[in-house]
Ligand binder design. Structure first.
Ligand code: ADP
Ligand code: MG
Length: 204
């Protein structure tokens, strides 16, 4: 089982949105996917509870951060991929969670504030010596998007697809769907491309 942790200390960066949509895209392959929600706000779980299928799966209860390793070990035979959503903060236990990852996905919105905040997340990931990749999130078609990507590329790999600002991403939070299920062609293509890229790193 591979473990993908979605992390960014900045709130609103797009962690939960990417965790939801990647888990749906990945679970469609077929690939047994487990989602864990380590954010006390439980937005990933709230979305999952309004779904009508149990793929991707969640546990009856999410583990406390200190028992994450045991949960992952117990899930190892049953699942091929575990996607973990994290809070918009840097609790002490975040480093342990990051250490359990095969890859950390760091969503970044193209704004100076988000760029400034990304350093703390990168430091935490580097301290754990785990590979990471940036994903540009909620991108407008504007110069600032390219500029942000250029700056990020100096610090690590940037996914070759921008997740644009699209209403369907926000809407799918209410419907319990992933954008690939909601039938939005452009958003689906973004998510499938991002998942294909992430899968390539996880299995590369
Ligand atoms: N690509 C996008 N297009 C439009 N809205 C988005 C997009 N990504 C996230 N959002 C919205 O922005 C808000 C914050 O996103 P969220 O994924 O919850 O961030 P985080 O989990 O990092 O705090 C949510 O209301 C979400 O619906
Ligand atoms: Mg969130």
């Amino acid at each position: 089982m591979k473990t993908l942790v979605v992390a960014a200390q900045k709130g609103g960066a797009g962690k939960t949105t990417l965790a939801r949509n990647l888990s749906v895209a990945a679970a469609g392959e077929p690939n047994r996917v487990l989602c864990l929600d380590l954010d006390p706000q439980a937005s990933l779980r709230g979305w999952w509870e309004s779904r009508e299928t149990d793929a991707p799966a969640m546990l009856e209860r999410d583990p406390a951060p200190h028992s994450l390793r045991a949960t992952l070990n117990a899930a190892r035979e049953q699942f091929d991929l575990c996607i973990i959503d994290t809070p918009p903060a840097a609790p002490e236990w975040l480093t342990d969670v990051i250490s359990a990852a095969d890859l950390v996905l760091i969503p970044v919105r193209p704004s100076p504030d988000d760029l400034r905040a990304v350093g703390a997340t990168v430091s935490a990931v580097n301290a754990a010596n785990v590979p990471f990749v940036f994903a540009m999130s909620q991108t407008p078609r504007a110069k600032i998007t390219e500029e942000t990507a250029r700056v990020l590329a100096q610090h690590g790999r940037v996914a070759p697809i921008n997740i644009a600002q699209r209403v369907v991403y926000a809407e799918s939070g209410a419907t319990g769907l992933g954008v690939t299920e909601a039938g939005d062609a452009k958003a689906s293509e973004e998510i499938v491309t991002l998942w294909t890229y992430v899968r390539g790193i996880l299995h590369g």
